[in-house]
Design a protein around this ligand. Structure first.
Ligand code: PEP
Length: 254
């Protein structure tokens, strides 16, 4: 049984005081929901304050990135151990980082390994662009994104994957539940071939891309989809709560 997971990617939003206020609004109700893993990923600068605030809470903390080196002359970067000191999860390879910060498949692979080495659970984002989708290249792109360019030395089933078609992120144009379910089914099949059947069955795969309280049910009703990575809608307490609550109800009866 895979435990459902809803993660909120706050991206580059909220000052420390705004982040604290948002957590205070969400925490009491989120803490009452027990069958869904709840993860919030605020900006780096708020992580220490929020870790303190979440003492005794069931809400888990994630970072939005890390650098793969452990220490040294990398001005501005944050190491895996620094993140692991504060968080349990880390988003890796978000399409915005691949696009705006030139993160290649090789860099993403190093980050996944570095995160696992310090005990973090990576939320590895994969997904095709509109152009790739329209050219019928979705499966080829996803296959490349889940194939480590170096020797695979970690257990893929221990990751969380987020299938995020780039054309659906922040656009208000979500995939349909059926489309996402089929694509995630394909991802599991590839993982089974490239890694192992056990990994394919155990890896949690989220859908991401314009998820809201109005459409979450469509996704979590699908058998291959274990939850969602939520961007914009995770910045509104009532919206994020509704997403988590609906997931809890739907996955409880399945
Ligand atoms: C994201 O940031 O990963 C995301 C899916 O954003 P949004 O929900 O705003 O489309």
């Amino acid at each position: 049984m895979r435990v459902p997971l809803i993660a909120g990617n706050w991206k580059m939003n909220t000052t420390v005081s705004e982040a604290v206020e948002l957590v205070n609004q969400m925490r009491p109700e989120l803490d009452r929901i027990d069958n869904v893993e709840k993860v919030i990923c605020p900006p780096f600068v708020s992580l220490a304050a929020i870790k303190e605030l979440l003492k005794g809470s069931t809400i888990k903390l994630g970072a939005q990135n890390l650098y793969f080196e452990e220490k040294g002359a990398y001005t501005g970067e944050i190491s895996p151990s620094m993140v692991a000191d504060l968080c349990q999860f880390v988003i890796i390879g978000h399409s915005e980082r691949r696009q705006h910060f030139n993160e290649t498949i090789e860099v993403v692979d190093k980050k996944v390994k570095a995160a696992l080495e310090v005990g973090l659970t990576p939320i590895l984002c994969i997904g095709e662009s509109l152009e790739e989708n329209e050219a019928g290249r979705t499966e080829e792109v996803l296959t490349r994104q889940i194939s480590s360019p170096s020797d695979q030395k970690y257990y893929f089933g221990g990751l969380v994957l987020a299938y995020e078609p780039i054309w659906a992120i922040g656009t208000g144009r979500a995939a349909t539940g059926k489309q996402a379910n089929e694509t995630i089914g394909f991802i599991r099949q590839r993982i089974s071939q490239q890694h192992s059947m056990k990994a394919a069955q155990e890896v949690r795969v989220l859908y991401g891309g314009s998820v809201t309280a109005d459409n979450i049910a469509e996704f979590v009703n699908q058998p291959e989809i274990d939850g969602a990575l939520v961007g914009g809608a995770s910045l509104k307490a009532s919206e994020f709560l509704s997403i988590v609550k609906q997931t809890s109800e739907i996955k409880r009866v399945r």
